[in-house]
Design a protein around this ligand. Structure first.
Ligand SMILES: [Zn+2]
Length: 141
């Protein structure tokens, strides 16, 4: 355990300090308070379990955000490809010089591509609206 030291006077005798009256029986402070025995300076420290939880939660959240950003990037590039393909098929479908067969194939592809585009757009909007609840995660553990 790290030795706690008063940042004002350097005294190493820090005694637990109760910074609030525990009026509610379930009240549990999220920090330990220590008072310098010499000058009265009060220092706050995160209790070990809470410190670990905060660090873990933050790291997990950052990893999740990174993963989410990568997924969004992938879906957006898929969407761009699908849209380009859709434009290509539309051009064929509207081209009078194309054979009936080519136009039919293009029309079928347009249908299929439109469904894929809708599906990718849905996934994207779901991802973008999903918020990682940082504070919720801390409070509810
Ligand atoms: Zn002190």
């Amino acid at each position: 355990m790290v030795t706690k030291k008063c940042p004002v006077c350097g005294c190493t005798e820090l005694v637990p300090y109760q910074f609030a009256e525990y009026v509610i029986s379930e009240f549990r402070p999220f920090m330990d308070a220590f008072m310098c025995a010499d000058c009265g300076r009060i220092e706050f420290y995160a209790p070990e379990d809470r410190r670990k939880k905060c660090v873990e939660t933050t790291r997990a959240k950052n990893a999740e955000e990174k993963e989410k950003a990568a997924q969004i990037e992938l879906l957006e590039s898929q969407l761009a490809e699908l849209n380009a393909e859709l434009e290509r098929c539309k051009a064929i479908a509207n081209d009078e010089n194309q054979t009936v067969k080519a136009v039919r194939e293009a029309e079928a592809s347009i249908q299929e591509l439109s469904e894929k585009i809708r599906s990718v757009q849905d996934q994207l909007s779901q991802l973008k609206s999903r918020n990682t609840s940082f504070f919720g995660a801390i409070i509810h553990h």
